[in-house]
Design a protein around this ligand. Structure first.
Ligand SMILES: NC(=O)c1ccc[n+]([C@@H]2O[C@H](COP(=O)([O-])OP(=O)(O)OC[C@H]3O[C@@H](n4cnc5c(N)ncnc54)[C@H](O)[C@@H]3O)[C@@H](O)[C@H]2O)c1
Length: 379
């Protein structure tokens, strides 16, 4: 099999996770990276032959098959548009763009230039996520009545915590929603097979000013309090509560916050059906709890035999051997690259169409929080 030539654009927190996951696939050559900051040093540390500070130069010189765009949100549109017009397949980090308009343009460019397109909603690729999806498809829990849960983090708890994500002009209109809420909603829609068609949102910004260190640091890096700070106005939400109506008739709610002390990256789901319920928590991502009324509850643990054929396709280790965050990335990319290589399979990963849908939802949530009213999600 020919090895595909890939490059990663933006090598911060998540760019490195992309590189690690791609290397584990074995049939991808990461031939270059591009980053305006320390690109040569990063390439040396990661043992990558070529480094560029300008992604256009890299794309023009490197004869690439695929680019992974792992840069701050406000750069996704221009980089993806440039790559697509050179007929390069694009794997884009979430959120897809800053606006619905930009996402629509990227989708139509991807269709025009016929490139494989994906947005990295990797939570779909925990084996338990796919197992829950298939259980619901087989009607194992009956009609869904409600879906609720949360996405909690604590890395922005203090007013000295800072990231480019806090600013609308870089993050987009929302922050907690674009950054982590979009993961929760995409996962719920993927698993239940139904779409949110109306939202009611409440936003809270706890600190309207935050202290930013004069020296930039990586996402999630703990702030060194001995450094010099400057005060920055914050125009995005720290916390959001959401109510949902789904197109299958179910109702739901969620809390999305980056200020919940002690929870680093907690995603949980509670899905109630007329026959049984499903519960899942990222902190125990290998287990699904099936709730029954007239018989004991069950815990199904990640296992290719117990979970069935299609889930088996994203399990690479025997039961009892954890497959977590880096594995979900590997499985996402495995599916996308198989599509690039021409394997004709059901597309389970999020495409630009799904990315656009999340942008539409994101905007409806923002509008609802501003209007203090239910907002229908148009397409
Ligand atoms: N799927 C996930 O779970 C997940 C997790 C974290 C971040 N993300 C997404 O990934 C993206 C990056 O987030 P991060 O946490 O890695 O940020 P980061 O700040 O840690 O890294 C961003 C990198 O991009 C580089 N960069 C900036 N502009 C660039 C440009 N024009 N060309 C090339 N490189 C450029 C920066 O120098 C930096 O190295 C965001 O869109 C974020 O929402 C997704």
């Amino acid at each position: 099999m020919r090895k595909l030539r890939s490059a990663v654009i933006g090598v911060g927190f998540i760019g490195i996770a992309h590189i690690e996951a791609l290397r584990r696939l074995g049939f991808v050559d990461i031939v270059a990276i591009s980053d305006p900051n320390d690109s040569e040093k990063k390439a040396q540390e990661l043992n990558i032959d070529k480094s560029f500070t300008d992604y256009k130069e890299m794309i023009n010189q490197m004869n690439l098959d695929v680019v992974h765009i792992c840069t701050p949100n406000n750069t996704h549109f221009e980089i993806a548009a440039y790559a697509i017009k050179k007929k390069i397949h694009v794997i884009l980090e979430k959120p897809m763009t800053l606006s619905i308009e930009e996402a629509k343009i990227l989708l139509s460019l991807a269709e025009e230039y016929q490139v494989i397109n994906a947005v990295n909603f990797h939570n779909r690729f925990y084996p338990t996520s796919l197992y829950m999806k298939e259980s619901i498809q087989k009607n194992a829990i009956g009609d869904i009545m409600s879906v609720s849960g949360m996405y909690l983090q604590d890395w922005l708890l203090y007013p000295t915590d800072y990231s480019w994500r806090l600013l609308k002009k870089i993050s987009g209109n929302t922050r907690a929603i674009a950054d982590i809420g979009s993961h929760w909603i995409d996962l719920v829609e993927f698993i239940t097979g139904s779409h949110v068609n109306a939202v009611m949102a409440d936003f809270k910004t706890v600190y309207h000013k935050r202290k930013k260190t004069k020296i930039e640091h990586k996402s999630f890096q703990v702030t060194d309090l001995n450094q010099e700070f400057e005060e920055i106005d914050i125009d995005t939400e720290d916390i959001s509560t959401l109510l949902f109506r789904f197109d299958n008739g179910a109702i739901g709610n969620a809390i999305i916050t980056q200020m919940f002390a002690g929870e680093k990256n907690k995603i949980s789901l509670f899905i109630s059906g007329k026959k049984a319920s499903l519960q899942w928590d990222l902190n125990r991502h290998g287990d699904v709890i099936i709730g029954n009324r007239n018989e004991p509850n069950q815990v199904v643990t990640k296992d290719s035999v117990l979970m069935g054929n299609s889930v088996e396709s994203i399990i690479d280790y025997p039961s009892g051997h954890s497959e977590g965050f880096p594995d979900a990335f590997k499985q996402t990319f495995k599916k996308i690259y198989r599509q690039i290589l021409g394997f004709d399979e059901e597309i389970l990963y999020a495409t630009f169409k799904d990315g656009l849908h999340q942008m539409i939802l994101d905007e409806a949530i923002y509008e609802s929080a501003n209007q203090n009213a239910w907002v229908n999600v148009g397409e």
